[in-house]
Design a protein around this ligand. Structure first.
Ligand code: 13P
Ligand code: SF4
Length: 304
């Protein structure tokens, strides 16, 4: 631990605070987090926080909002308010309402990577860890699914239901960076490595992988796998976490440039300031939060 990390740990104790962080945070933030996880694990954790007075959330906007929706009595603070997920902003609530009018029979499944106002329009949410399970739990055979078109196509291949992506071309700019040539090149250089990619990668990239997994799924997979080497097709700091937890394995990024700049806006300095000033509290208007909570809790029920 460096001096700044030590100071944060001390402040955290004084303030009775906890730090939740997504797997894409830098190593120095991963090291000071009380809980590190994928979107689903962070939702579950956020719904269970009782003991802390203050929660510092190191993730992007939709994740911190989900924590605030699930635990409205807690003070949730985000170190940098500019840490937004561009994909979540590709599906405004108004757009969801338009699709609902056009497809009145369809049920609406929204990826947790959406803003609170859009979540309030959903029947149920999903994450990359439970998307197929969530869709299969529905009664309707027609499903509006957004905003990630690649996760939509991943689900479509694993269900008999009709999946209508909303918007038509929602994507994550980080996972869009991977292409089939990266997989071919890496497989040539690391012939024994298993290739794991995230379902936000393009369909052609998914088809070339050995496994398509959420970030939490990748962690569980490595813990159980007999394999020695792995190529990881998601944000580069996922490799950081996997290496820390699997020192006996060889773990390589499929693409060094796959960096979510938005996640990286959180720094130790900003975490420290958040603990001192408690300034950027994440607030979701009550009416929206109440509606969105129904969709999030329905997902958590299905994922049990
Ligand atoms: P996970 O739920 O797999 O952690 O994914 C979240 C995300 O933002 C992926 O880009
Ligand atoms: Fe959003 Fe993509 Fe960053 Fe995940 S990696 S937070 S989907 S921009």
């Amino acid at each position: 631990m460096n001096q700044e990390q030590e100071e944060i740990l001390k402040l955290k104790e004084e303030k009775n605070a906890i730090i939740l962080a997504h797997n894409y945070q830098t190593q120095e933030i991963q090291e000071i987090a009380d809980f590190l996880g994928d979107s689903l694990e962070l939702c579950i954790k956020a719904s269970q926080i009782e003991e802390a007075d203050l929660v510092i959330f190191c993730g992007v906007d939709f994740m911190a909002e989900t924590a605030a929706i699930l635990n409205p009595s807690k003070k949730i603070v985000i170190p940098d308010t500019q840490a937004e997920c561009p994909m979540a902003h590709m599906l405004p609530a108004e757009e969801v309402r338009k699709y609902k009018k056009r497809y009145p029979q369809a049920e609406v499944v929204l990826y947790v990577n959406t803003l609170a106002e859009a979540k309030a329009e959903a029947d149920i949410l999903c994450t990359s860890a439970n998307a197929v399970q969530v869709v299969e739990s529905l009664e309707s055979d027609q499903v509006l699914f957004g905003p990630d078109m690649n996760l939509a196509s991943f689900v479509e291949k694993r269900t008999d239901k009709e999946i209508i992506p909303i918007p038509e071309l929602g994507y994550c700019y980080v996972h869009k960076m991977f292409n089939t040539a990266d997989v071919t090149f890496s497989r040539e250089n690391y012939a024994d490595a298993e290739v794991l990619v995230h379902p936000e990668c393009d369909a052609e990239v998914q088809e070339m992988a050995d496994h398509i997994l959420s970030t939490g799924g990748m962690i569980r997979h490595l813990a159980l796998s007999e394999n020695k080497s792995f190529l990881i097709g998601t944000e580069v700091d996922m490799v950081t976490r996997l290496r820390r937890e699997n020192p006996d394995k060889l773990i390589y990024p499929l693409l060094d440039e796959a960096i979510c700049e938005n996640m990286k806006l959180h720094t130790l300095e900003k975490v420290k300031t958040s603990l001192i000033e408690e300034k950027f509290q994440v607030k979701v208007p009550e009416e929206i939060a109440n509606k969105a909570r129904v969709a999030v809790e329905r997902m958590l029920e299905v994922s049990k």
